[in-house]
Ligand binder design. Structure first.
Ligand code: T5A
Length: 211
């Protein structure tokens, strides 16, 4: 049995995470690996229910603390019921967002603080971290262009926050990558999907040779 691996894709809205998660999962399957593709918030029935509560635009929404707790609760279920069992079974888990999103959005942009988010993660998910976190970076104007081509004026509750909020998210991600260069790979995601995919495959090569 090959050793299970856990790869997360992170970045701001419209960076191309979902597109690249699909391409990466397909490339790993083509190499004969057993792959589970999943996402956050979500990935299990319970966490998908919490996703609806977090991202739906009805009602009055959540304060930053309640929001952080809901993300941590969704993640706890996802880790316990899907991610840890998959890794233990030797599968490669490709996850569209993980705890670094909570650190960047709730911890950084919403002001809850990094230490509090990491403590929630310790309690909820026993501090599980990916083997590799791919940080997809695009200039904000390009992300906006991609999203308006896809969604028009529609945005979910968090995606619809203003430019200043999303600039704080990007700054926080950038700081995490600087602080943990071994866990993060920064990916220039501003070119065509196949070119970005090639950069990702180069970044995961050490995991493949070590598998
Ligand atoms: N959140 C999440 C938190 O606040 N805290 C947390 O802990 C977690 C886990 C999730 C929201 O929740 C927040 C962050 C988010 O606001 P979501 O619907 O999952 O919401 O939103 P995102 O993860 O932001 O996903 P998006 O779909 O908006 O962006 P992606 O996945 O980065 O981009 P993707 O691949 O869907 O691409 C967007 C468009 O661009 C095109 C695609 O075809 C698509 O139309 N595209 C490209 N076009 C040209 N060149 C490329 N290279 C392209 N790549 C993609």
């Amino acid at each position: 049995m090959t050793r299970g691996r856990f790869i997360a894709l992170e970045g701001g809205e419209g960076a191309g995470k979902s597109t690249q998660a699909r391409l990466l999962a397909a490339a790993l399957v083509a190499r004969g690996l057993d792959v589970v593709m999943t996402r956050e918030p979500g990935g299990t029935p319970g966490a998908e229910t919490i996703r609806g509560l977090l991202l739906g635009t009805g009602g009055e929404g959540w304060g930053p603390r309640a929001e952080a707790l809901l993300f941590a609760a969704a993640r706890a279920d996802h880790v316990e019921r899907l991610i840890r069992p998959a890794i233990a079974a030797g599968q490669w888990v490709v996850c569209d967002r993980f705890v670094d999103s909570s650190r960047a959005y709730q911890g950084g942009a919403s002001g809850i603080g990094d230490a509090a988010i990491l403590e929630l993660h310790r309690i909820g998910s026993e501090g599980l971290l990916p083997d590799l976190t791919l940080l997809l970076e695009v200039p904000p104007a390009l992300a906006t262009e991609r999203l308006s081509a896809r969604d028009g004026e529609d945005a979910d509750r968090i995606g619809g926050r203003g430019d200043a909020y999303h600039a704080r998210v990007a700054a926080a991600f950038s700081r995490f990558a600087d602080e943990e260069p071994r866990r993060f790979a920064r990916i220039d995601a501003g070119s065509g999907a196949e070119e970005v995919h090639d950069r990702i495959m180069a970044a995961i090569e050490p995991l493949l040779t070590d598998a």
